[in-house]
Design a protein. Structure first.
Ligand SMILES: Cc1cc2nc3c(=O)[nH]c(=O)nc-3n(C[C@H](O)[C@H](O)[C@H](O)COP(=O)(O)O)c2cc1C
Length: 202
């Protein structure tokens, strides 16, 4: 039994390194209704994008909305073909490092402990935002680019609605620095950056 406990604890520690962050549970109630959010949905403007800090609790809810587990762990908040795992990954680039959102553990897995915002984009308003979400197609998991873009579209609209519900602005951008993202997020050759969404508190 003791041996089992040691093996189990070692496995848990190995699966989630110390710099990784287990996120607080997402908000699943309260806030403005869906129809209110749809009526007022809007992108943050390029010349007045808010730079207020987004907390990990707020980020947790936005990431869950983007690609989290729902239906008691049976599905996702976005339609994923044939119930397979999502083939578009979401990274959160923060001042203290860059993280992959792990939808299984609802955790941020550190991929870089440096601030790589400047490598993601040349747009100052994005660099100055609190968190930059980066959507990356996993072409090893799915070879049909149109499916990646459909999934990223569903994810990004969920981000718009969840962010607005929390008083946070965002903006969908296809303009990005693919080479910088590849380096900063230590992507595989089969990973393709699709789009980015800065987040800033109003
Ligand atoms: C496919 C697509 C790519 C976009 N790429 C950029 C971009 O690279 N930079 C940017 O500032 N806005 C970009 N936008 C525009 C904004 O995300 C935003 O959707 C647009 O200004 C409309 O504003 P609204 O969301 O308030 O209606 C893009 C929009 C779409 C649909």
């Amino acid at each position: 039994m003791k041996k089992f406990r040691v093996v189990f604890l070692s496995a848990v520690c190995l699966s989630l390194a110390f710099a990784d962050v287990v996120l607080p549970p997402p908000v699943k109630s309260d806030g403005p209704g869906l129809w209110t959010l749809l009526e007022r949905r809007a992108s943050g403007t390029r010349n007045a994008f808010p730079a207020g800090a987004v907390s990990d609790a707020e980020l947790a809810s936005i990431l869950w909305a983007a690609t989290g587990r729902n239906r008691g762990g049976q599905g996702w908040t976005v339609p994923v073909g044939m119930g397979r795992p999502p083939h578009v990954k979401v990274y959160a680039v923060k001042n203290n490092g860059a993280y992959l959102y792990d939808w299984q553990k609802h955790a941020l897995v550190e991929v870089n402990n440096k601030n790589v915002k400047a490598e993601v984009t040349a747009d100052d308003f994005v660099r100055n935002s609190s968190v930059i979400l980066v959507f990356v197609a996993d072409t090893a998991a799915n070879q049909r680019a149109e499916m990646d873009n459909i999934l990223a579209g569903a994810m990004s609209q969920n981000v718009y609605l969840a962010a607005d519900a929390l008083g946070i602005k965002t903006r969908y951008l296809m303009t990005l620095n693919a080479a910088g993202i590849r380096q900063g997020l230590k992507l595989n050759k089969t990973d393709t950056p699709l789009c980015i969404m800065p987040l800033g508190k109003k």
